[in-house]
Ligand binder design. Structure first.
Ligand code: GTR
Length: 326
């Protein structure tokens, strides 16, 4: 009887230990956008696919709307492993991973299709490796369209129109330099603060893509959207590099596949949302200002390249590789 009981006890201890070792990995993910935004929907899909493809071994709880902090803070959290996953814009990653900063040079990509061709080629590999070396491994790329200026009061037709204007930018010296070259005053600020800043006149303008301009309500307080399209910045589903390195081969494949499928979904949703956002803001009275010749903006921003390459001579081949990609 005693023997039986101890075997039973031993059995349950072993059982419990086993249960512990096969316990599901629970990841936490960051996303800045609100419900219904293409990235939010696609990150939820990613989470669903991770659970499905790993048979529940890995689960990902997504925190949307920037509830876990600002983007620069969340990037640090994923690098350090406090969070495992983030949907990040490469803009605020540039100051950490030099290779990733090349995508923040104004007008470096001809259009979004060119950006994806670059990311799918050798240049993309160099960018991804540079990020992984800093602890942020990109699993897949998302579309974030092109960014244009918006403000209240008047359209921006030429660089001279930006002169003296206080413009919000994301945290990255390249963007501050870009505004300074136009004669404006750059104001780096967290995304969540921009609406109030525009409304109260703390800044005169900002720049972003159609869906962000619309989803944040910025169009309500900055009614001129001028199609400069000066920046085309990709976004990633990024994972803490050590977390990924610690996965089995099967789990690595499953998580990568889930990210690829999520990005295919995001790109489709993005295309539809760009149109819907444009229609919505136009219906609300926004003045859309087409810019026939972007040459003057390109010329005015050219010193950003020169300064950047002077300080980062080793990245010149990467910049040239991007420019040489058809
Ligand atoms: C959006 C982007 C966000 C954030 C934001 C910003 O287009 O999706 O990740 O970078 O712009 O301007 O801060």
């Amino acid at each position: 009887m005693y023997k039986k009981l101890s075997t039973l006890l031993l059995g349950s201890v072993v059982g419990l230990t086993l249960m512990n070792t096969v316990q599901a990995d629970e990841w936490r993910g960051w996303n800045i956008h609100s419900d219904g935004y293409p990235n939010t929907v696609a990150m939820d899909k990613f989470s669903e696919l991770v659970a499905e493809k790993t048979g529940g071994d890995i689960t990902l709880k997504m925190f949307h709307g920037g509830t876990l902090g600002s983007q620069p803070d969340a990037i640090e959290q994923v690098r350090l492993g406090g969070l495992q996953i983030g949907n990040f814009n490469l803009g605020p990653i540039g100051p950490i991973a030099a290779e990733a900063n090349v995508v923040s040079l104004p007008f470096i990509f001809k259009d979004v299709a060119h950006m994806f061709r670059v990311l799918d080629g050798d240049a993309g590999k160099l960018i991804a490796d540079g990020m992984a070396a800093k602890g942020l491994l990109p699993l897949a790329w998302y579309d974030a369209g092109a960014r244009s200026f918006y403000n209240a009061g008047k359209p921006v037709n030429t660089p001279a129109d930006v002169e003296g204007m206080k413009v919000r930018v994301m945290n990255n010296d390249l963007y501050s330099g870009m505004i300074a070259e136009l004669g404006g005053n750059p104001s780096p600020m967290a995304f969540a603060e921009v609406y109030q800043a525009l409304k109260t006149g703390v800044v005169d303008g900002a720049e972003n893509n159609w869906p962000s301009y619309e989803a944040t309500g910025h169009f309500e307080v900055a009614g001129y959207y001028s199609l400069t399209q000066h920046l085309i910045i990709p976004e990633c589903i990024c994972i803490n590099a050590d977390t990924f390195a610690g996965l089995s081969d099967e789990h690595k494949a499953a998580v990568t596949e889930a990210a690829q499928e999520s990005s295919a979904m995001q790109r489709e949703l993005w295309a539809a949302r760009e149109e819907a956002s444009r229609e919505k803001v136009v219906a609300a009275g926004v003045v859309v200002n087409e810019i026939a010749d972007k040459g003057p903006f390109q010329a005015a921003m050219a010193p950003v390249y020169e300064n950047y390459l002077a300080a980062n001579a080793d990245l010149k081949p990467l910049v040239e590789l991007i420019q040489a990609t058809d």
